[in-house]
Design a protein around this ligand. Sequence first.
Ligand SMILES: Nc1ncnc2c1ncn2[C@@H]1O[C@H](COP(=O)(O)OP(=O)(O)O)[C@@H](O)[C@H]1O
Ligand code: SF4
Ligand SMILES: [Mg+2]
Length: 350
Amino acid sequence: MSAEAGAGAGEPVLDVRELAKLYPLTRGIVLRKQIGSVRAVDTVSFTLRKGETLGIVGESGCGKSTVAKMLVGLEKPTGGQILYRGEDITKLSGRALKAVRRNIQMVFQDPYTSLNPRMTVGDIIGEPYDIHPEVAPKGDRRRKVQDLLDVVGLNPEYINRYPHQFSGGQRQRIGIARGLALRPEIIVADEPVSALDVSVQAQVVNLLERLQDEFDLSYVFIAHDLSVVRHISDRVAVMYLGRFAETGTEDEIYGHPTHPYTQALLSAVPVPDPGARTRRERILLTGDVPSPADPPSGCRFRTRCWKARERCALEVPALAVPEGFEQVTGPARHASACHFAEERQVVPGG
Ligand SMILES: Nc1ncnc2c1ncn2[C@@H]1O[C@H](COP(=O)(O)OP(=O)(O)O)[C@@H](O)[C@H]1O
Ligand code: SF4
Ligand SMILES: [Mg+2]
């Protein structure tokens, strides 16, 4: 299976091509002068298929939320295309854009700040119907919102309560219910469990998995930790400084990583089995993530890579099956943006 094909996937619903977002970097308060740009997302490409989950993982600041916001239309790309069922939605405006955006909804990271504390749960979940009244005529709203509360595992009688009356996990369920209100095809979940207690994280992930089957959803699921996306994702993309470093299925990424950055991230994932913990290799990354306003030439990862050589500063490695892996069959053969890609077992029994 190629990195693009995905596991048991249907037809493409999103085709993202060379997506980019540059934010202007300015100086001065009165006379704002542009002195450069922040390359928050620098040419990211992927396909999302019907019913599939793509996990996107990377350290804070690598551009994950910017990708998410562009997918749902909260930020305008400065380059590239987002094809939804073949149509470039970055070119749409007005009614056509509104119609498409109904099908691509977002669940936000922080259930504490993303819900308006002065609105009731019923008004929060039903808010999308203000923009799309055709989905729920006024007389039908209350029942629809109560159905949604039930679907996400909350008591429909809570409809008049306020966000502060709920726990973190319950608030994220409210955020998910709101994301479902318009019956979208695609949900972009930006670190939906990062702000929650570990004990609650699995419940919310399980809920998202159940809803995916029930509503035939496709997910882009963002996390900063590889362990969070492992079981929910059909494919995973590892992101570093605005680009994808490596993409593949669970077996390809977790069992046969070939990019040094993925190997380093995996070596830091907690392993419950103490035997495995002592046998496995830890790769400690040195140095800070460089500023996206001044990214390294060639390979973005080279300032922290223990394998970096001259070629790494000169040539940008393409996200493709690396040299030396073209003839390989099996899961080591997948897209990895490294000139010197090699397999390295970092999690025993990966
Ligand atoms: N509105 C903005 N203006 C300028 N820079 C921004 C803006 N939003 C994000 N950035 C920068 O873009 C980079 C990527 O940010 P973000 O997408 O939020 O990363 P992540 O979600 O992976 O933590 C960061 O360096 C961040 O500071
Ligand atoms: S291209 Fe070079 S610097 Fe980049 S990950 Fe590979 S070996 Fe490291
Ligand atoms: Mg973010």
